[in-house]
Design a protein around this ligand. Structure first.
Ligand code: NAD
Length: 298
């Protein structure tokens, strides 16, 4: 089987100074991509900034014989996002791949969570992914080609105590991914999302020590590498990934229950049918979902 190469391709990886992003940047560079290593260099909660982490990863890539430039811009501001994409254009003349990976945590139980804690997390994950993709989109359209990988989370797909802000953001990224897939289709732009589980500074306090050698960031980067590659035709999908396992996660609609002029009591009495999962549909657009619902209604 032929190796997946990225020669001539330019990738932007956000939050690439640590953890998953660092691993994605190294993996893409090793396979020939020129990489913009973006990282604000702050703490886990998004406070502070440092040029160190992005510079260190660039140094490592260069030492390994690859090509990379550092960016310490903030993904959460329009100027920052534009500057990140501009770094790719200035250094390498193009942009083909955006890996939206930058993220922060401000965990707090729902009743105690402040508006600032909610907004700060949405700003980096959702706004940041929107802004960086938005800055790259005109280049993708112009060249009729582009790959976007967004970073969701099982916490968003399934919910998690203490993460109202983070889960809202991570499920928001599923919506963004699906709509980007639809709007990018005609221009050859594919967008997918991953929901990883890996040992990084974000999770090391939560996981048992034996996870460190099993849940490595490199085991996430294999999927990201494939999703970022020209040969990947899949778009609008979400994948659970970690410790060597990869699985499609899909949004499905059950067969449903129908009765003209039903009452609230009818709903109560038919709850089992309403909750049924089989046979389910996995629509890929609102149009597909709506036409299936219409068919069931009339
Ligand atoms: N580790 C896991 O198990 C796990 C699970 C689900 C999702 N994720 C997601 O994966 C992504 C990477 O997380 P990680 O585990 O590698 O954590 P990490 O803290 O090691 O990496 C996140 C990086 O993003 C950078 N960053 C934060 N805000 C930024 C901003 N505004 N602009 C630019 N860079 C910024 C940080 O400096 C950091 O280097 C995050 O989006 C996270 O939510 C991780």
């Amino acid at each position: 089987m032929s190796e997946l190469r990225f020669d001539g391709k330019v990738a932007v990886v956000t939050g690439a100074g640590h953890g998953l992003g660092r691993s994605h940047a190294l993996a893409l560079a090793e396979r020939g991509a020129k990489v913009v290593v973006n990282d604000l260099g702050g703490a886990l909660d998004g406070t502070g900034a440092s040029t160190g982490p992005a510079a260190d990863v660039v140094e490592l890539i260069t030492k390994n014989g690859g090509e990379a430039v550092a960016s310490t811009d903030n993904v959460a501001t329009p100027e920052g996002a534009r500057a990140i994409v501009q770094s790719a254009i200035d250094a390498f003349g193009r942009v083909d791949i955006v890996i939206n990976n930058a993220g922060i945590l401000r965990d707090k139980s729902f009743g105690k969570m402040t508006v600032e804690e909610f907004d700060a997390v949405l700003a980096v994950h959702v706004r940041g992914s929107f802004l960086v993709s938005h800055a790259a989109f005109p280049y993708f359209k112009e060249q009729g080609y582009g790959r976007i990988v967004n970073t969701s989370s099982p916490a968003g797909l399934f919910g998690n105590f203490g993460q109202a802000n983070y889960s809202t953001a991570k499920m928001g990224l599923v919506g963004l991914t699906k709509t980007l897939a639809i709007e990018g289709a005609r221009a050859g732009i594919k967008a997918n999302a991953i929901a990883p589980i890996a040992w990084t500074r974000m999770t090391e306090a939560l996981f048992p020590a034996e996870f460190e050698s099993k849940f490595t960031p490199e085991r996430i980067s294999t999927l990201v590498t494939f999703l970022a590659h020209e040969s990947c035709e899949t778009t609008g999908e979400v994948f659970s990934v970690g410790a060597g396992r990869v699985a499609r996660v899909f949004v499905a609609e059950g067969p449903g229950w129908k009765q003209e002029g039903h009452t609230a009591e009818d709903i109560r009495d038919n709850w089992e049918a309403i909750m049924a999962e089989q046979p389910y549909l996995t629509p890929t657009t609102l149009g597909e979902q709506a036409s299936a619902s219409m068919k069931a209604m009339f």
